[in-house]
Design a protein around this ligand. Sequence first.
Ligand code: THU
Length: 134
Amino acid sequence: MDIVNPAYIKAASIAKQKAHAPYSKFHVGAALISEDGKIFSGCNIESSSYSLTICAERVAIFKAISEGITEFQSIYIATDTEESCPPCGACRQVLWDLAGDIFVVMVNKYGDAKTAMLHQLLPDAFDKDFFEEI
Ligand code: THU
């Protein structure tokens, strides 16, 4: 069973402080944890051409993949909201494709955590296994 680790909550909160979100003012931090416990942090980065914005979770996983890391155990997501905030649909898909069924920890502004396995957030997921039937 996965356990919530306060050090990883802290890493997501520190990443949140780096958010570049002048348009939405919605700050998100992510800490993606590799199988061997290394932290890959990310924050949301917005563009004046809004649709080019990238979420904190995808920054974190693209950093990790680009450094050759491919096995993950969990992702911690921190926001300044009353209710802990789940990852958006696009990030769920990318995390599923690149990290598989990881433990997701969602942390609100008080540091309270909600948890789920990624398959619970993305049931009946589409992925590369469907290509292999062609
Ligand atoms: N955002 C994330 O970073 N992660 C999510 O899962 C949801 C949304 C960011 C994107 C944008 O900069 C801001 O939050 C508002 O949508």
